[in-house]
Design a protein around this ligand. Sequence first.
Ligand code: ZN
Length: 123
Amino acid sequence: MTPHFSDGELMCKCGCELLPEQDFMDKIEALRVAYGRSMTVTSAARCPEYNAKVSGTGRTGPHTTGRAIDIAIDRKAAWELLSLAVQFGFTGIGVQQKGGGRFLHFDDLPNAPGQPRPTIWSY
Ligand SMILES: [Zn+2]
């Protein structure tokens, strides 16, 4: 979808081949270029059915909008990427930095009822 991110790593993992929104990935690409190092995607686009299987948000939630991505990252690198993400205007930031499977979630959703933005949460 962009110079640093392939369709395969971004599409829904259920096999439906749903991809994120191109303009969202263009923003993630700009973040990647500023960061200057590889970013490992653990989840990007999710269809409602797949999201209901893997997330407490059920058939909705940020990943079903095509405007959310999870990046496997921890410690100093996580701090560096998170600070850049704030500068780049990402409005939803999720932080999982405990135990194994550490990652950061980024989305750029607008403020809406039931979806406060900007915000930050932990898992
Ligand atoms: Zn799917």
